[in-house]
Write a protein that binds this ligand. Sequence first.
Ligand SMILES: Nc1ncnc2c1ncn2[C@@H]1O[C@H](COP(=O)(O)OP(=O)(O)OP(=O)(O)O)[C@@H](O)[C@H]1O
Ligand SMILES: [Mg+2]
Length: 372
Amino acid sequence: MSIFVTDGVCQRTLNRLLEGCQIIGRDYRYLYVNDALARQSHRAKHELVGRTMMEMYPGIEETPLFESIRNVMKGGPPEHFDNAFEFPDGTSGWFELSIQAVPDGVCILSIDITERVRMQQLSHRQQRLESLGTLASGVAHDLNNALAPILLSIGLLKDLGGADDDLLTSVDESASRAARLVRQLLTFSKGTDGARELLTADSLVREIERLVGRTFPKSIRARYHVTDDLPQIVGDATQLQQVLVNLCINARDAMPAGGVLSVEATLTHVDATLASRVLDGRPGGFVTFSVCDTGVGIPPEVVDRIFEPFFTTKGPETGTGLGLSTSLGIIRSHRGFVHVQSEVGRGSMFRVFLPAVPRPQFRAATESDAMQ
Ligand SMILES: Nc1ncnc2c1ncn2[C@@H]1O[C@H](COP(=O)(O)OP(=O)(O)OP(=O)(O)O)[C@@H](O)[C@H]1O
Ligand SMILES: [Mg+2]
C-alpha cells in the first residue's frame, strides 16, 4: 500500500505546529513561514515571504543568530541554542532555535520560551534577594551589638566632660551614621513595623509635591496626578513617604540635565499574568504609585541588581545603594510589591502597588455572597 502525502496535508500540519517553522533561501529570503512563526515574529506571513531577513530586521547581519544561520547555510552542522530577540518595536522575546540545512537553504524551528525565561529570571532574583537578606540580617545584627556600647559610651563621655568636644562630636556623627545604615539594612532584610493607619494616596502625593517643589532643581519639571475617588490604603505615612522620596531622588539623579518627573496614583486591578511577572506579585485591587522620569534609564543587566543592598552606580560620595533596598523592605511590610520598566536613554518608571482597602459596599457584597 502506498501513502500519498499531498502539499495540502503538509501545509495544514505545519500550520498546526506549536513550533515556528521558517525556510530561509540562500539569499536569506523567507521562502516559507508557518502560522506559529508569524505569531512569534509579530508579522503577517505575506509581510515576510519574499523579503530578506536584512530587509525585515535591519542590522541582523551583525548578530550571533545570523552568524549561526550563515554557518549552517555554508554546510556547517545543525545548531541548537536559546536566543534573545529584539523586535523593531522595542519588545523582546526568548526563543529556543534549531537551525538545519535543507535543499533550498536552512530551516529554522523555534519555540517561544519568553515566559519560561522570565520566570527563571524572577526566581533567580528572588533567591538572590533572599540570600542577601539573610547575609544583611546577620551583618546588621553583629554591627548592632558592636555599636551599642560605642553609642552608650559617647553619651557617658559627654556627661563626664573633659574630653575634646570636637572629637566626641565626630565620633558621635560616625557612629550615628553607622546605626542609620544598620537600621536600613534591617528594614531590607526583616521588613519594618510601624503605624497601620488608613491613608489616602492624595495626602502622600501632596506631601511629596511640597518636598520636591522646595528642594529639586528648576530644570526638573514635576507633574502630579491622583485619580479621583481612590480607595484608601493601610500603612505608615512616614515610611511610605520615604519610599516615594527615594524614588523621586533617584529620578532626579537620573536627570542631571533636567527633564520631566511625574508622580501618579491610580487604581490598578492586577491580573494573574501581571502578578506572575513581578517579584512578590499577586492579583487583586491595588493603589499604584508611579514615579516616572525621562532620565538616563537603567540597562537590563543593572535592573536585576538595583534592589540589592549597597548596589549603586553613583560614586561613594553620592549613593549608599540602600535607597531601593530599604524601600523594598517597606513595601513588602505593607504587603505590596514594586515593578520597574526602564529604557536606556528614555527613562524609567517605578510602580509601587499597595493593597487597596475595599470600600464598604464591596465588603458588604462579599460578606453577603459568603453567606449564601
Ligand atoms: N530612576 C532611575 N534611573 C536610573 N537609574 C536608577 C533609577 N533608580 C535607581 N537607579 C539605579 O539603581 C541604583 C540603586 O538605587 P538606590 O536608590 O538603591 O541607591 P542609590 O540611589 O545609588 O544610593 P542611595 O539611594 O542609597 O543614596 C542607582 O545607583 C542607579 O544606578
Ligand atoms: Mg537612591
